[in-house]
Ligand binder design. Sequence first.
Ligand code: MG
Ligand code: ZN
Length: 376
Amino acid sequence: MTYKNVIYLVLLVAFFSCKSQMIKEETPIKAKNVILLIGDGTGLSQVSSAFYFKKTSPNYARFKYIGLINTSSSREDITDSSAGGTAFASGVKTYNGAVGVADDSTEVKNIVEIASLQHIKTGLVSTSSIQHATPASFYAHVTNRGLYEDIAADMVGSDIDFFAGGGTKFFNKRKDGKNLLEALKMKGFGIDTMALGDFAEIKQQSKMAYLLAEEHMDPMAKGRGDFLPKATELGIQFLTKDVANSDFFIMIEGSQVDWGGHDNNADYLISELIDFDDAIGKALDFAEKDGNTLVIVTADHETGGFTLSSTVKKTEDGESYSDYNEITGTFSTNGHSATLIPVFAYGPGAEAFSGVYENTEIFHKILEATNWDKRN
Ligand code: MG
Ligand code: ZN
């Protein structure tokens, strides 16, 4: 080999190794599955409470990629859960009260509809009724969140494969006299209104619904137990049961952190937050083993203007002081607040969730990570 040929060879090798590296960079790894966990009303102080009041290490501490979202709705500085849920599910800003419709009341496509077209399995878990604003945003299209019976009818028309929560009465005690539980069965749903089962009991079903309360699930303090983390695990197991068709999207909602905030009840809020953190743990455990699952944890808005304050005490002389060794959860409102909301992400595509952006970007970033809207 001549000296010239050696130079050519070196250049050739350098060119191809460069090119293969370029190709690698242009083809980012896509997520097969997405687990979106929404802690309703969960701002940074709510998240922080797990670091002081949970007896084990919080699962929130397992994330490396963290961002912040602005949650304002199309007409209001301070959003409600329906506009907030629609922002995540459909990527549009709409007015407070709107579920799955834009500001001009036209229907908008949600991520469940987009994923279902690609035969991606979909699931919803909530500790409220399954027709409540947050879960409803992922399958219903109504101009007012209070239209629970219409929302229940939209569930029958949706492609959801698994759901768990409350809300039986909106299916079977309706003004129109219809029993939509029968309609769900016709669609292939197995329905259990008693308790979460074991995977072995339900794996033969093509779809599965758990409706475990007439309306909302009980608060933790009234004995809800491990419903949320267990339904998270069971839902993932169910959606991945067919090896040849195991890609999925699931939305898990810790609904009642919000209600603790509205009640200005720190014990209620913190017990619901810790339960939600347990569900985050189940999602992360699966994602770590799976390697193809993007986990996103965020909230629609903050509720209560919650703060982990130092406890105000009085000295023997009657002078008040702040005890920095004791936290008291305090509130500034019975409603929602406009504070920016943290976003935690893990898995393929997680880096994209860093930064400061609008709540609607969650939808677009999920599609960017999965390509669910671009597949044939
Ligand atoms: Mg909610
Ligand atoms: Zn609320």
